[in-house]
Design a protein around this ligand. Structure first.
Ligand code: HEC
Ligand code: HEC
Length: 457
């Protein structure tokens, strides 16, 4: 009898122990919450916070990262040039860094050399793979700059109209709504063209995002909104010209790209007019002004691969002020009003045998990498694969509190219309309408706590 009791007690203890252990895996207490990128986190609060390589790169990998850094910062020039030639004939900017300032967000000054705001263009319909249909003579992106001897595809100007939002407590916040004017097209624009403004997002943490299992992202989908929180979320499926497969989208402001390698190769081709082994055709292909352009390679494979490796191995900046009482309260409120329904705090990356810092990491991107209807106020009305004109990918919030340092003036949302985090929140609608309303109902003090929390990311 006694033996059975002792045995049962032992079993109970063992069970309790394993349960505690299991709980421990998911328990926040065991983790340093400053580590937004897990082992791929870096402690730097300066304007260079987004520019560091992950820890533990081998000497050779470190060299590739460094060469990729050069390729990212290099101003490309027109051919003939011994190295870093091939710019244009039409392009949006001359280097990666001229859009992704300090590897961070860009500046929405369309038409100027400092501009990181580009415009996708298409006409109604779908291409072979379900993607947007290219506009005749313009392709899928408006290149607003050109080399001497060619014409930019068109010029764009922005006009901001002022709006205001009033909180129930009487506080008024001014917002600005952009409208765009396309002028001086080198050839008439098709009648029914659609535009999508896209401001350059930060590029750090790319390797971690690349390494989230597709299954994990799919597990966040709540297609019929079964839990009735007003948030559904949908995965984008996009064509990968590299693997020639349809894959789940995770990069780009509409989750319109599936892999880092495609994103970088497309940036060279579309944003800078630089061809490579992935995209050999000039962005201006098919235009009367460059009718003779044959498929070619403006950059060697090693340059493209190094640039891909560079963004893959950029570390995520650590959080700050995590023990501040207001920040902690703000974090709770953020979850309470269900901002976390889309801005998902914690995700586990998959296995990467080559780079341990990216492998099996517990990261805090504050995104589910899904598409959400954000309402008419933010709509671009231009579909992109499965993304409708109202849908955008949940913007990751990691590093957001440092935009002021990395960018001088910070700009938020897909087109940079918001210049404060509060304005960005007040533009939320659609599936985020409930969360926004809940935010507006909070006291001024509580709203400030949420803003402080976001600034700590
Ligand atoms: C003209 C401005 C511009 C230039 C030049 C540019 N980018 Fe981008 N970049 C963007 C925009 C805008 C997006 C969002 C694109 C979208 O929504 O499809 C983006 C997205 C990205 C992303 C994905 C980030 C994410 O989280 O979705 C990466 C990585 C990236 N760019 C790397 C590069 C590299 C590498 C280069 C140089 C080869 C480059 N970019 C050049 C504007 C630019
Ligand atoms: C339904 C999903 C959803 C919910 C809920 C949601 N967001 Fe967002 N959030 C997004 C999407 C999508 C974007 C990008 C929208 C765009 O660029 O047009 C975004 C953008 C942002 C940005 C701007 C990020 C940047 O770098 O520009 C902030 C800040 C933000 N959200 C905070 C919040 C807060 C605070 C809440 C809760 C009150 C919240 N969000 C609730 C989906 C959501």
């Amino acid at each position: 009898m006694k033996k059975t009791i002792v045995f049962s007690c032992l079993c109970a203890l063992l069970l309790l122990y394993t349960m505690c252990n299991k709980v421990g895996i998911f328990n926040e207490d065991g983790f340093d919450e400053r580590l937004s990128g897990g082992a791929a986190t870096v402690f730097d609060e300066t304007s260079h916070a987004f520019t560091h390589e992950i820890d533990g790169l081998s000497e050779r990998d470190g060299q590739v990262h460094e060469f990729g850094d050069k390729a990212f910062e290099q101003t490309f020039v027109s051919n003939p040039a011994p190295i870093f030639g091939g710019l244009g004939p039409v392009f949006n900017n001359v280097s990666c860094i001229s859009c992704h300032h300090n590897d961070g967000k860009g500046t929405p000054t369309a038409g100027q050399s400092t501009s990181s705001l580009l415009f996708r263009i298409s006409v109604p319909g779908k291409d072979l793979h379900g993607g947007p249909l290219a506009a005749d003579g313009f392709g899928l992106q408006l290149q607003d700059q050109s080399l001497i001897g060619s014409k930019p595809e068109a010029q764009i100007s922005i006009n901001y109209t002022s709006l205001s939002v009033t909180y129930p407590d009487g506080t008024v916040v001014a917002l600005r709504q952009p409208t765009y004017n396309v002028y001086n097209p080198y050839t008439p624009l098709p009648a029914s063209y659609m535009l999508s403004p896209r401001l350059a997002p930060p590029v750090f943490g790319g390797g971690l995002i690349d390494n989230i299992p597709a299954q994990t992202i799919l597990s966040f989908v709540d297609a019929g909104d079964k839990n009735h929180d007003g948030i559904s979320g949908k995965a984008n499926y996009v064509f990968n010209p590299y693997s020639q497969k349809m894959e789940i989208g995770r990069f780009g402001l509409k989750a319109n790209t599936s892999a880092l390698a495609v994103q970088v190769a497309a940036a060279y081709q579309q944003d800078m007019g630089i061809t490579s082994y992935v995209f050999g055709q000039e962005a201006s292909y098919g235009q009367a002004q460059t009718a003779n352009a044959k498929p070619n390679k403006d950059i060697p494979d090693s340059t493209l691969n190094a640039a891909i490796f560079y963004v893959r191995t950029l570390a995520v900046p650590a959080r700050r002020n995590t023990t501040d009482v207001d920040v902690k309260a703000g974090q709770q409120l953020f979850t309470q009003i269900n901002c976390s329904g889309c801005h998902r705090q914690t995700i586990q990356t998959g296995i990467d045998l080559t780079l341990p810092a990216l492998s099996n990491q517990r990261i805090h991107p504050y995104s589910d990498f899904l598409l959400h209807d954000m309402g008419n106020g933010l709509a671009d009305n231009r579909p992109d694969f499965l993304a409708t004109g109202n849908e955008w990918r949940t913007m990751p919030l990691w590093g957001i509190g440092l935009f002021g340092k990395t960018n001088g003036t910070p700009y938020y949302l897909h087109d940079g219309r918001a210049t404060t985090i509060e304005q960005a929140i007040l533009w939320h609608g659609g599936e985020a309408e409930n969360a926004k309303q809940a935010f507006m109902q909070l006291s001024n003090a509580d709203r400030t706590k949420i803003l402080k929390f976001i600034q700590s990311l």
